[in-house]
Ligand binder design. Sequence first.
Ligand code: UDX
Length: 458
Amino acid sequence: TFVTLRISVIGTGYLGATHAACMAELGYEVIGVDVDKAKLESLAAGILPFHEPGLPELLRKNVASGRLRFTDDYEDVAANADIHFITVGTPQRADSQSADLSYVDGAVDSLLEHITGDALIVGKSTVPVGTARRLSEKIAQDAKPGSNIAIAWNPEFLREGFAVKDTLRPDRLVYGLEDGRGLELLREVYASVLAQDVPEIVTDLETAELVKVAANAFLATKISFINAFAEVTETVGGNIKTLADAIGHDKRIGRQFLNAGVGFGGGCLPKDIRALQARVSELGLTQTMGFLGEVDQINLRRRDRVVSLASNMLGNELAGKHICVLGVTFKPNSDDVRDSPALDIAVRLYNAGAEVSVYDPEGNANAAGRFPRLNYVDSHQEAARNADLTLVLTEWQEFRDLDPNELGEVVASKMLIDGRNVLDRPAWREQGWVMTGPGEYFELNSNNAATGPVPVQQ
Ligand code: UDX
């Protein structure tokens, strides 16, 4: 007889809310678990506290069908689910670069207090290598007599903006197992995903934990790699996009994640490369991930570059200047401003005395929650009104589609920094705009920097 899988998903943030809705969509009985009652109520009412295309519909449909419900009661969770996915956050600690594991430990402790029978705990959160092994020891020590609890690690690679697709049709599924236990259940959970020819990688706990951080470290390195070359072309001349295209044709390199810009941000890449360095140092391998310190520094210098260019374009005086900031999220199609280069740049300009007007299609509210003193407005036209300088910092389609003539009519001065290299610079220059962007040699009064090599200035 077929028995419906009973699943709990602990931690209903970005990852957990997505995972819970997707598991219910696959037909399972799912309980979403969190300590935040307000969040649970909102999710139960079908309202997501963040922007993610396609997810609200999935949430509402599965709540309505009764397959998905929410609770903060671990007794209920232990009694009514057999597979427990841990999807809580592992934020950077306030006092160091390492990851704060208190939510992971808290979730496991709460489960161990209540589980009395067979169960599988599946970690999905991004954790320092060695965490799963430590949790396995905790389980051996603290599990209730008579219970039989296995642990597995099943890292998640979802991107914001593609969370549903990345969950239901991932590039690969990875399970780290302790001794083979859990494999059958995981295969059952993901049967319809695997049926789409998604590669399945079965490995040990440590490898599974490392796959996740290695992937994110590689992506971060790729971005900083091209941004380092942007620093070179900014000095010597050359075209960073053409360079990326040309090396990207080599299949071993690939064109993706080679867009020079204001750098990477968000809830994962910055914190993950820092946590990895911290963990590896703890293991006595201080030099091993040292290059990630450089990756981080290159990334942060991108912001300095925009701030100093802005100052330079405004006559080395930011005080009292009106700056229009288009885009504050860490990337388009998201409302997330965590570690956002765009928001950081806006705040730094404000702190230097500029009047900063901000427009983002989805990110205004979250940005205002963190930095209420910027002037948040409802349209790009309004943000640009009387601007002495305009910055495009997140590549929303709306900004890619900006019309140089239309924008030229509302600004005080046709000056622009294209922080993501998404505007057709010659077309804009033809309309009288003075502009530049990452990787471009730029001298204020020449404004023809994109054309041809420029001699190195000594
Ligand atoms: C990332 C990983 O892609 C995902 O697999 C993991 O699970 C979580 O972290 P996400 O944070 O949603 O996902 O964003 P992603 O699309 O990877 O972009 C990260 C940052 O890099 C953004 O700030 C983006 O603007 C920046 N970026 C990306 C660049 O600056 N240049 C590029 O070429 C690509």
